[in-house]
Design a protein around this ligand. Structure first.
Ligand SMILES: [Zn+2]
Length: 321
């Protein structure tokens, strides 16, 4: 994996019960693996992999919502570490854990969990030390939307000054509820629901046509592309932006050299690789944001020709080296 290119903070978002948590877990295992990694999968054999498999790697930290519970008595504010054994057990039982599964596991009955200030203080304390095993370090924050604003502000300070080799993986079901300042510091990966169909062939064709024009440096053709897109019906335009986001996620996973997370079939993989080789970290950040704003503006009936022209030129500019 190109760890050098990997954003130090990645926000995985998806509906509850989807593959967001399993994806973040497998990326974490991949980052921490010190063996021979093959095609985007951790080796599964090295000492690090043996520890991550049981979630006992000392440089793999977790921050999850908790609350006072009969399972962990005490008067101070509870933190994830108080529930670490239960958390490991829960993950080993079921990677696609839901929030309710977790609250049941930690026996907080009808209370909701939260990520409080004590938690950020605890995390800050851990980050003052170098990684135990001298390599990378991963902090997985599950359901950051449950963070108290004061805790979120502390986290923000950490995200603003990332230390090398430290990766934050956030897994959220409600990314719209996160502080915009946190969201903007993360590379955003939208994980499609488990049963979602792969993007249709037509979406690949439309997107690849644009990419080919950009990579060949042909701005005139880009305007034709935008005009063709503007001539489509509004629903087809919305489908395009949604599918393009899904395809972009595949490029990003291949770019990070974790093609197993791209979820594309083998025939598609080689083609994705060719495009991903021409893309950069900045390209992904820009285009994710631009596709999302284009989708929002299509909902508000903004002039499609202007939208697609400006989207196409952003592709063009973001792909120039
Ligand atoms: Zn390994």
């Amino acid at each position: 994996m190109r760890l050098d290119n990997l954003s130090h903070a990645i926000l995985f978002s998806a509906e509850e019960g989807s593959g967001a948590l399993p994806q973040a877990l497998s990326l974490a295992k991949y980052i921490l693996c010190t063996g021979t990694k093959d095609a985007g999968t951790a080796c599964g054999m090295c000492a690090a992999c043996r520890k991550t498999a049981h979630y006992v790697h000392p440089d793999f930290h977790f921050v999850v919502p908790v609350n006072r519970s009969a399972a962990v008595p005490g008067s101070r504010a509870p933190v994830t570490d108080d529930f670490l054994n239960l958390w490991r057990e829960a993950l080993l039982e079921k990677e696609q854990l839901t929030e309710q599964d977790w609250y049941k596991k930690i026996d907080i009955e009808n209370k909701q969990g939260a990520i409080g200030v004590a938690e950020s203080a605890n995390l800050l304390g851990k980050l003052q030390y170098k990684p135990f095993e001298g390599g990378s370090r991963v902090i997985l924050i599950w359901l950051p939307e449950r963070m108290h604003p004061a805790a979120a502000n502390k986290l923000l300070k950490i995200l603003e000054e990332p230390s090398p080799g430290t990766y934050f993986l956030l897994v959220s079901h409600r990314p719209d509820q996160l502080l915009p300042t946190i969201r903007s510091r993360c590379m955003h990966v939208q994980v499609p629901p488990g049963k979602q169909a792969p993007p249709p062939e037509e979406a690949y064709t439309q997107l690849e046509r644009l990419l080919d024009l950009c990579l060949a440096g042909k701005p005139a053709g880009i305007i034709d592309w935008a005009e063709d897109m503007a001539a489509l019906g509004r629903e087809e335009q919305k489908n395009f932006t949604n599918n393009a986001l899904q395809i972009l996620r595949q490029y990003y996973m291949v770019y990070l050299e974790v093609p197993s997370l791209a979820g594309a079939d083998t025939a598609r993989q080689a083609k994705i690789q060719r495009y991903a080789d021409r893309m950069s970290g900045t390209f992904f950040t820009n285009i994710y944001n631009r596709l999302n704003t284009t989708a929002e503006r299509l909902e508000r009936n903004v002039n499609a020709k202007i939208l697609f022209c400006s989207l196409a030129f952003d592709f063009f500019l973001s792909l120039q080296r």
